[in-house]
Design a protein around this ligand. Structure first.
Ligand SMILES: C[S@@+](CC[C@H](N)C(=O)[O-])C[C@H]1O[C@@H](n2cnc3c(N)ncnc32)[C@H](O)[C@@H]1O
Length: 206
């Protein structure tokens, strides 16, 4: 179900379309790239898998996965921002398929991917339960769903983000994130802090 009239989606669209041209050069990249580290670690030595990066932005994580695997992976990227995807297209080999779409309504058949990933974007999703259901739907049985998202130790910092970061909907505590995964019917949930400001939540589709 696409909801193009959702104010938050429109907010995100405008914000990231505007940011796209300078996104890769911004000082924030020091921060952004840290979110990719646990995923690259997870995918080390993995080959011949179907992987989708949701909210792939300018394609930096996809590019790192491609290089790490020597190109032996079937990669797809999705983002709501056409401008972010324009940069991703320039960066990535043509074998990486890119889609302009909302994560709440993905353009894929059920049971398609071995890994469904998203980094530094989950807090922008206007219906996080629905987004997780979609992630589960497109994962294969036994496939993995991995969310790496912002997490600080203090609720107050989350509150500041929610108030001032454009398009931010909700930053979940570690416990809230686990609860969302459990409610989505995902299993073998493992959570791991990476650096001071993010948490990876990994799980399997049963
Ligand atoms: C902070 S950027 C993170 C980009 C990339 N994952 C990274 O690690 O650099 C957040 C991304 O989420 C995307 N986004 C926000 N809401 C979305 C939605 N509903 N569906 C798809 N992408 C969305 C934005 O367009 C933006 O590219």
């Amino acid at each position: 179900m696409s909801r193009p009239d959702t104010p938050n989606l429109q907010h995100n669209l405008r914000f990231f379309d505007r940011w796209a041209s300078s996104y890769d050069h911004s000082l924030f990249q020091f921060w952004m790239k840290k979110f990719h580290v646990p995923i690259l670690h997870e995918l080390e030595n993995k080959r011949n898998l179907a992987i989708v990066d949701l909210s792939c932005g300018t394609g930096q994580l996809l590019s790192s996965i491609y290089q790490q695997s020597g190109g032996n992976v079937n990669l797809s990227g999705v983002d709501i921002s056409k401008e972010m995807l324009k940069t991703a297209k320039k960066r990535l080999p043509s074998s990486v398929k890119l889609y302009t779409a909302d994560v709440h309504s993905l353009p894929f058949a059920s049971n398609t991917f071995d890994y469904v990933l998203t980094t530094e974007a989950f807090h922008h999703y206007y219906d996080q339960r629905q987004a997780l259901q979609e992630m589960k739907r497109v994962a294969k049985k036994g496939g993995q769903i991995i969310v790496v998202d912002v997490n600080f130790f203090f609720f107050f910092i989350h509150w500041i983000f929610q108030k001032f970061e454009p398009g931010c909907v909700k930053i979940n505590s570690k416990k809230q994130m686990r609860q969302l995964f459990e409610n989505a019917g995902l299993t073998q949930i493992v959570q791991q802090r990476s650096f001071l400001f993010s948490i990876m939540t990994k799980s399997f589709k049963p």
